[in-house]
Design a protein around this ligand. Structure first.
Ligand code: BGC
Length: 735
C-alpha cells in the first residue's frame, strides 16, 4: 500500500478502531493452545477481539491462516492482524541459548541462526519476534541471563545487530524474514539483588556507557520494534519514562519504529505506585510514546476516553497508530495477509537437515572447555560410562524455546550411541540421580521427579563408574531453573547432583569429564578440582547431543569463550571483568590488608569473561604497535596493534584473540579494561598467524564529565590476549 493510501486509511478509521490498533491481546483468546507467557485472565470483550491490532503466542500455518481470515472478515476496514511470538533461540530448530551463542564470539553464527528462525517461523504464520534481548547481564543470580549474550556491551552489540539482520534480512517484504523487537528497554539486566522485575539504580554515565550501547546497535541494524522493560530506572517505570523513551530512544537513538510494552508493564505502573489507576497508567504510557499495550485492558479500556477528554491528543494517537500500520504495510500484510504461511513449506523447512547442520555447528562453537588436565579430552575410547540426569534428558533447550519440541532434541545418549554403536568403544549409561530434589526448586518449566529413589540410582551409577575407564558426568541446572522469574541466591548445581558427583569422584583411578548444562554462570564448587575436564554446554538446543559428542570425541576442537564470568561463590555477584580499579586495589601478591577485597574469596572471577581452552596450546607474542601516538583531530589516524599467534600443540585449533583497551586516566574513572575487538584464527600445529587490530580515536570515547561521548587526550594500554585477564599490553597516547 502506498503511503498516501495508508494515510487515507488512517483518516477513515473511527477513534475506537485507532485505539484498538494499539491493543495486543493474548493468543489464547483466539486459540486455546497458544503459548501464554504472562498472567492472563482471558477477559477481552468480543469487540476488543474483533478490533485488537495484534496478538502473541500463536503459530502454525493452518491456525494462523484461519485466524487471519476470520479476523479480516470481521474487521470494519479489513486491516490484518499482526502475529507476534517469542522466537528467541529457535522456532522448531533450536539453537544454543543466546548466552551460549555469545560464547561463540562469532556474530555470523547468531545471524545465520536468526535467519533460520525467521524462515521457520514465517512459514508458520509469525510476523514479529520478540528478540533479541540486549540486556547487559552482569549478575548470574538474575535468572534471565541466558536470554542475553552476556556481560559485555561490545560483544552484545555485535551479536544483537547480527541477530536483527538475520531476522529481518534486507527487506520485510521478503516473506522469509520477520520483524525483530529489541528488548527490554532499558537496563532490565541491572535488577537490584538479581531479582526479576525490581528497581534498577544506575548513574547516567553507567547507563549510557555500559547498558545502552547494545540496544542501540540493534536499532542501528534496523530493528522495527523495541519493547519496554518491567523495571524502574532510578525510580521511574520504563513504560512511563518519557526521558528514556522520547529523549533517548526516539531522539538520541533515532528509533522510528513501534514501541511495545512488555506483558502488562503498563498496568504494573499501578503496582509500582507510579500511577493511581489503569487510566492514569495509560496516559503516562502514551505520553512516554508506548505504542502497543501488551495484554492488559489499559488502552482498550481507557484510551478512547482519554482522547475524548483531551488528556491524550488525537495527534499523539495518530502517530502511534501510523507506526503500527506502517509495520503491517512494510511486512506486506495488506497485499498478502497470510504472508507466505504454508503447511507444505513449514513441513519442508522446519528441522530440515540444513537447519540442523547449522545448529550443530553453533553448538560445537558455543561449548567452553574450562579444564582439561593431562589432556583428558578428547575421549580416547575404551570403556566410557555416561552418568547423570542429563544423559537422556530431552529438555536441553531453554524455557524460551516455546515453539520448539523437546522430543526432537538429540540427547547425549542418542548421540553417543550413534557415534560409538558400531565401534569397539564400550559405553554404558546410568542416570545416577534425579535432576532436582523436589518440585519447589523449579521456575518456568515443569519438572517431574523420577519414580526411582536417588539411592538406587546412585548405586547403579557407581557400578557403571567402576566398570569404566572414563566417566562422563552429565550434570547441570534443570530447564526451569533459569529464564524469566528464576533468580536464585544459590547458583550451584542441584543437591542430588552434587551428591552424585562426589560419590563418583571418590572412586580411584577414573578419568572424570564433567559436562555442565546451564542457563547462567554457575558457582561450580569442587567440580573443577575433582574433574579432569569440565565442559560448559549451556542450553544447547536441538543438536545438543551431536554437537557435544563432536567435541568430546575430538572430531572438533573446542573454541568457545565465556560470555559471562564464572564466580568462586554465589555471593561473589555481580561480577564482571570491566570494573573500576578502586583507590586501594588488592595487590596481586603480598599483604592485602586495607585493600578492596573479600576475606573469604578472591576478587577475580574463577573463570573470567573471554576464557576457554582448546585441544591445543598457543603462544601469543608481545603486543606490537605500529605507532605510539594517535591524533585526536586527524580523522583517519589509527594505530595497528598486532600479535603473532603460534599453535604450539599437536592439533589444529581455533583461538579467539581479544583486544582490550584501558584508559589510564579520565575525567571520570575508567574500567580496568574494555573489549574493543575480537578475531578468531584457526592455526595448524606448529604454524603461526599474525592477528592485527586497528585502533581508532572513536574506540576511546566515553561519557565524560562534560556529559557527552568524546575521547580525552592521555595514555592508554592496548591488550591482546585470549581472555579478559590478559596482561599482554603496550602503551600509546592520544594527543
Ligand atoms: C517477557 C518478554 C516476552 C513477553 C511476551 C514477557 O513476560 O518479559 O520478554 O517477550 O513476555 O511473551
Amino acid at each position: 500500500m502506498k503511503k498516501t493510501d495508508l494515510k487515507n486509511l488512517l483518516n477513515d478509521m473511527s477513534l475506537e478502531e485507532k485505539v484498538m490498533q494499539l491493543v495486543q491481546i493474548p493468543g489464547n483468546e483466539f486459540e486455546k493452545d497458544a503459548a501464554v507467557t504472562g498472567l492472563s485472565d482471558k477477559k477481552s470483550s468480543d469487540k476488543v477481539k474483533k478490533l485488537a491490532g495484534s496478538t502473541l503466542g500463536v503459530w502454525g500455518a493452518e491456525k494462523a491462516i484461519a485466524l487471519q481470515k476470520n479476523y479480516i472478515k470481521n474487521h470494519p476496514h479489513h486491516i490484518p492482524l499482526l502475529l507476534m511470538l517469542d522466537v528467541i533461540h529457535g522456532h522448531k530448530t533450536v539453537f544454543p541459548c543466546p548466552l551460549g551463542q555469545g560464547a561463540t564470539f562469532e556474530p555470523e553464527i547468531a545471524r545465520k541462526g536468526a535467519e533460520i528462525q525467521a524462515k521457520e517461523a514465517s512459514s508458520e504464520g509469525v510476523h514479529v519476534t520478540f528478540s533479541p534481548m540486549a540486556d547487559l547481564s552482569r549478575d548470574a543470580r538474575w535468572g534471565r541471563v541466558l536470554e542475553s549474550t552476556g556481560e559485555d556491551k561490545y560483544l552484545n552489540g555485535r551479536m544483537i545487530s547480527a541477530m536483527v539482520e538475520g531476522y529481518q534480512g534486507k527487506s520485510l517484504k521478503d516473506k522469509e524474514h520477520i520483524a525483530s523487537c529489541v528488548k527490554h528497554f532499558a537496563a532490565y539486566g541491572g535488577a537490584e539483588a538479581g531479582r526479576d522485575y525490581t528497581n534498577v539504580e544506575l548513574s547516567e554515565h553507567t547507563l549510557r556507557e555500559q547498558y545502552l550501547p547494545a540496544y542501540e546497535e540493534g536499532i542501528k541494524a534496523g530493528a522495527r520494534l523495541v519493547m519496554t522493560s518491567f523495571n524502574t530506572l532510578n525510580g521511574i517505570p520504563s513504560s512511563g519514562n518519557k526521558w528514556l523513551m522520547r529523549d533517548i530512544l526516539r531522539k538520541d537513538m533515532k528509533f522510528k519504529g513501534v514501541l511495545i510494552s512488555d506483558w502488562a508493564a503498563i498496568a504494573e505502573m499501578v503496582n509500582w505506585g507510579f500511577a493511581t489507576d489503569m487510566k492514569e497508567a495509560s496516559e503516562l504510557a502514551m505520553a512516554a510514546g508506548v505504542d502497543i499495550d501488551m495484554c492488559t485492558g489499559c488502552y482498550s479500556g481507557n484510551l478512547l476516553q482519554l482522547v475524548k477528554e483531551g488528556k491524550v491528543s488525537e495527534k499523539l494517537l495518530d502517530e502511534a497508530v501510523m507506526r503500527v500500520l506502517e509495520l503491517k504495510n512494510d511486512l506486506g500484510l495488506f497485499e498478502d495477509p497470510y504472508r507466505g504461511a504454508s503447511v507444505e513449506k513449514s513441513l519442508k523447512l522446519c528441522l530440515c537437515d540444513e537447519h540442523r547442520k547449522v545448529a550443530r555447528d553453533a553448538v560445537r562453537k558455543s561449548l567452553v572447555l574450562l579444564e582439561n588436565k593431562n589432556k583428558a579430552l578428547p575421549l580416547s575410547g575404551g570403556k566410557i560410562a555416561f552418568i547423570g540426569p542429563y544423559i537422556d534428558e530431552k529438555k536441553i533447550h531453554s524455557s524460551w524455546a516455546i515453539s520448539g519440541d523437546p522430543e526432537k532434541n538429540v540427547t547425549i545418549e542418542e548421540a553417543a550411541n550413534a557415534l560409538y554403536g558400531k565401534s569397539d568403544v564400550k559405553v554404558k549409561f546410568a542416570k545416577g540421580c534425579n535432576m532436582l530434589l523436589n518440585k519447589t526448586e523449579i521456575g518456568f518449566g515443569a519438572y517431574e521427579a523420577d519414580d526411582k529413589k536417588n539411592k538406587t540410582l546412585i548405586e547403579e551409577a557407581l557400578k557403571a563408574a567402576k566398570w569404566a575407564d572414563t566417566v562422563v558426568l552429565c550434570l547441570g541446572e534443570d530447564l526451569g531453573q533459569s529464564g524469566e522469574s528464576t533468580s536464585r541466591v544459590d547458583i550451584t548445581i542441584p543437591a542430588p547432583q552434587k551428591k552424585l558427583f562426589r560419590a563418583v569422584s571418590e572412586i580411584k583411578n577414573k578419568k572424570i569429564v564433567t559436562l555442565i548444562f546451564n542457563g547462567r554462570a554457575l558457582d561450580l564448587e569442587d567440580i573443577p578440582d575433582k574433574s579432569d575436564a569440565v565442559l560448559i554446554c549451556w542450553r544447547p538446543g536441538t543438536e545438543g547431543g551431536n554437537g557435544i559428542m563432536d567435541v568430546l570425541s575430538g572430531a572438533y576442537s573446542p573454541e568457545g569463550k565465556l560470555s559471562m564470568s564464572f564466580p568462586w561463590a554465589s555471593a561473589q555477584e555481580p561480577i564482571h571483568y570491566d570494573h573500576y580499579n578502586t583507590g586501594r586495589p588488592k595487590p596481586k601478591e603480598g599483604l592485602s590488608i586495607f585493600s578492596s577485597r573479600y576475606l573469604d574469596c578472591p576478587n577475580e572471577a574463577r573463570y573470567p569473561f573471554g576464557y576457554g581452552l582448546t585441544y591445543s596450546s598457543f603462544e601469543i607474542s608481545k603486543v606490537k604497535l605500529s605507532g605510539k601516538t594517535l591524533s585526536k583531530n586527524a580523522g583517519s589516524s589509527s594505530i595497528e596493534a598486532s600479535v603473532t599467534v603460534k599453535n604450539t600443540g599437536d592439533v589444529k585449533a581455533t583461538q579467539t584473540l581479544q583486544l582490550y583497551i584501558r584508559d589510564i586516566a579520565g575525567s571520570r574513572v575508567r574500567p580496568v579494561k574494555e573489549l574493543k575487538g575480537f578475531q578468531k584464527v584457526t592455526v595448524e600445529p606448529g604454524k603461526s598467524k599474525k592477528v592485527s587490530f586497528k585502533i581508532t580515536e572513536d574506540m576511546l570515547r566515553f561519557f565524560t564529565i562534560r556529559n557527552k561521548f568524546e575521547s580525552e587526550p592521555g595514555k592508554f594500554t592496548a591488550f591482546i590476549g585470549t581472555d579478559s585477564e590478559t596482561d599482554n599490553g603496550a602503551e600509546f597516547e592520544l594527543i
